[in-house]
Design a protein around this ligand. Sequence first.
Ligand code: NAD
Length: 477
Amino acid sequence: MKIACIGAGYVGGPTMAMVALKCPEIEVVVVDINEERIKAWNSDKLPIYEPGLFEVVKECRGRNLFFSTDTKKHVGEADIVFVSVNTPTKTHGIGAGKAADLTYWEGAARLIASVSTSSKIVVEKSTVPVKTAEAIGKVLKRNCQDPNVQFEILSNPEFLAEGTAMEDLRNPDRVLVGGADTESGRKAIETLVSVYAHWIPLERILTANLWSAELAKLTANAFLAQRISSINAISALCEATGADVSQVGHAIGTDSRIGPKFLNASVGFGGSCFQKDILNLCYVCESVGLKEVAEYWYQVVSMNDYQKQRFVERVISAMFNTVSQKKIAIFGFAFKKDTGDTRETPAIDVCKGLIRDGAKVCVYDPEVTPEQIFRDLSAPKFEWDRPNYSRSQSHMLENVQVVSDPAAAAEGAHAICILTEWDEFKTYDYQAMYDKMTKPAFIFDGRNILDHAKLREIGFIVYALGKPLDPFLVKGY
Ligand code: NAD
């Protein structure tokens, strides 16, 4: 059996590396139109950082795992084609700012149709709007010259989380395979299930109809993001009342109906998926006339924007209502720890908000390159997934500095903002940093990871999310 995967990104690369590791008799080729990315996959410096990924790639690359730009050859030869291309939010035209842009997906489908001389299973790995398989089916069928070629479309959404992708792939809560309820559809499902069954117990491989599988992915992301927005909403109320969001989160998380995960208040969720997929869900709801349902889910995104804005306003108001010309150290730019991914990271909106008020930000992140940070801070909203975006906001970069040493970021700064929960931030010598900062020195902990009592002992003025700001509030009545 030969598998090809179109799209060598955060999903395609790690997923196929795991398939190759666990199925040594299957040849797996990941193809991409981006030459630089493929070159990096074939080098010692992979294009994405993910703990444990390099070891797996090193073991399989050249054995049964290959990365190539020869899309036509490898897709043409494959029995199963995974499509793992980007599905960003549309930036113009009907549905701009909400609907999924399926340009890349349609391009992949046209490619598959044009090079296929044998029947294939086409697997939706990308997150797509419900009913995409119907549209893609038409593109495949009407563009293939060979009448004997049959395509069977499966939906196999990916539930991995960046930062823990390899562990999630090795030991997933579940794998979901959706297909048509026909004889050929069931056979295709069986074939894909047999690939995953190499390492995943059968009871964790769920099968469903195509539309349920497509919708389950959007729903999973909507529910996950909703938990974050819910606890973030409560964090605002905690700050106003003297409650502590960690205590509230712990108290509710011990209820087995609620559960303890995803209950940490933060500066907001980021990443390429949550916002994009909820907006996409809202758009699908609107398209079928479900305005109230769309509005319900849209609140999850609104609350996230509010949380980022609230954080910026907190920084500015705490620093005597002005950050003009003040150096602010930003610790962490990635949207979460253990990844170099900055797509939709809250750090972008926070930095832009501070810069708009005149601040000079100095950014340190252990995994994100300066080029990426400058690119993110110049890109218009929703343009991050497209290589040709305009740099119209590049004047903002005058007030941005990126450094490779956290102590250098803090030196002379009025404040430190923690925007990513990197473990190393907990281990710094904050006394030494404090000594070299402008006084009064502030810390705004946007992830609630530092020891606030200790920082206050050093002399910092500390603000944390969902923590009582006024000591009188905590004492009770
Ligand atoms: P990505 O941008 O990292 O990778 C997509 C790749 O597809 C790019 O390298 C791009 O060059 C390539 N591509 C686009 N069109 C192509 C074509 N016609 N032929 C060949 N290559 C093409 O995106 P990603 O983060 O890997 O996400 C891919 C999909 O998976 C998205 O739909 C996303 O929503 C979904 N998803 C992402 C995650 C995540 O954590 N990143 C998790 C689950 C699902």
